[in-house]
Ligand binder design. Structure first.
Ligand code: SF4
Ligand code: SF4
Length: 244
């Protein structure tokens, strides 16, 4: 037998809405999603989680295991694992979160497809956006991003990765609108910590996409709003030896 702990959440539970519940599972249960199915079918039908394709494509079963974002259908279970809902998003029940806030960032970043006049695309042009197009909107990167911990208005990694995808799409003729939309609480607010890249199940590198977006922004006439302010100004006005 192996044991796992699931952080259960119910807003009506008193005195505290969250509790850790430990479950024993047969050794043959291999993947986390199978374990959640086993608990629901054999132990407690009230356990609530979401899933869809069961093959790492739909992104709906993302949770945190021992503090790191994983897709439940792809994660191989270890004894004593601790399972909890994604972070930075309101929990509806147990492992199900309300993704509205994360998906809203896609609208704010103007990252949606508008049918172009000419939809022809060469294989080379397609290749330029292929990696970012693989995003399954699992919100794992959103959950892992430390900036969202302190600034809930930050667009977050997957909206910015999508922005990069649309800006680079040869069929899109309004890339400037997307570049304009990511200047506020977007491309310059990222700390480039790389946590988003570490957890992406699709091998996407939002941190690098954000770096590329900064270059695109500068080419479009924007600059880092923090550059030359704060410490930099102090250094130039007060710290620099005039005889240097
Ligand atoms: S690299 Fe930027 S977007 Fe990614 S987790 Fe860090 S702060 Fe968030
Ligand atoms: S970039 Fe990766 S981690 Fe983020 S939502 Fe898309 S697939 Fe998930």
């Amino acid at each position: 037998m192996k044991q796992i702990t699931v952080k259960r959440y119910c807003k009506h539970r008193t005195p505290t809405p969250s509790i850790d519940a430990t479950y024993s599972l047969p050794q043959k249960v291999k993947f986390l999603l199978d374990a959640l199915d086993f608990i629901k079918e054999e132990i407690d039908p009230s356990l609530t989680y979401s899933h869809g394709c069961r093959s790492g494509i739909c992104g709906s079963c993302a949770v945190r295991v021992n503090g790191k974002e994983q897709l439940a259908c792809k994660y191989k279970l270890e004894s004593n694992d601790h399972i909890e809902a994604l972070d930075k998003l309101p929990i509806i029940k147990d492992l199900v979160v309300d993704q509205e806030r994360a998906l809203e960032s896609l609208k704010r970043a103007h990252t949606f497809f508008q049918p172009p006049a000419n939809s022809a695309q060469s294989p080379q042009e397609l290749e330029r956006i292929e990696t970012q197009s693989d995003c399954i909107l699992c919100a794992s990167c959103f959950s892992a991003c430390p900036v969202l911990e302190v600034d809930s208005a930050f667009l977050g990694p997957f909206a910015l990765t999508r922005a990069y995808r649309y800006i680079n799409d040869s069929r899109i003729d309004n890339a400037q609108t997307t570049i304009d939309a990511i200047q506020t609480k977007g491309v310059w607010n990222c700390t480039l910590c790389g946590e988003c890249t570490l957890v992406c199940p699709q091998g996407i590198d939002p941190k690098n996409d954000i770096l590329m977006l900064r270059t695109k922004s500068v080419q479009a006439g924007y600059s880092d709003p923090t550059f030359g302010s704060g410490g930099g100004d102090d250094f130039l006005s007060g710290g620099l030896d005039p005889n240097f």
